[in-house]
Design a protein. Structure first.
Length: 90
């Protein structure tokens, strides 16, 4: 603790605690928004490249399998297969 606040002081300050929670929430929302935009771009690139090769579009299950990781893990990896599926139908 070099001139900073002790964690117990932060916990006692309800206003500061609330502000930190809100800031973290906004950071997480912004990160999710960026990741969703990147996923959209990757899916479109995949669909357009597939279309140019043989004329058919990939099925939803193909995209989900290609871009999603298994749903059973708690490893923090995004997107899971269910995330890709929801993203496609949003």
């Amino acid at each position: 603790r070099q001139g900073g606040m002790d964690i117990s002081q932060i916990r006692k300050n309800k206003g500061l605690t609330k502000l930190l929670v809100l800031a973290k929430r906004e950071k997480v929302k912004e990160e999710l928004r960026r990741n969703q935009e990147q996923l959209t771009c990757r899916i479109w690139r995949r669909m357009l490249s597939r279309r140019s090769q043989d004329g058919s579009l990939p099925r939803v299950s193909d995209i989900v399998n290609e871009f999603g990781s298994p749903n059973d893990g708690l490893d923090g990896v995004w997107p899971k297969s269910i995330d890709v599926h929801v993203h496609l139908h949003h």
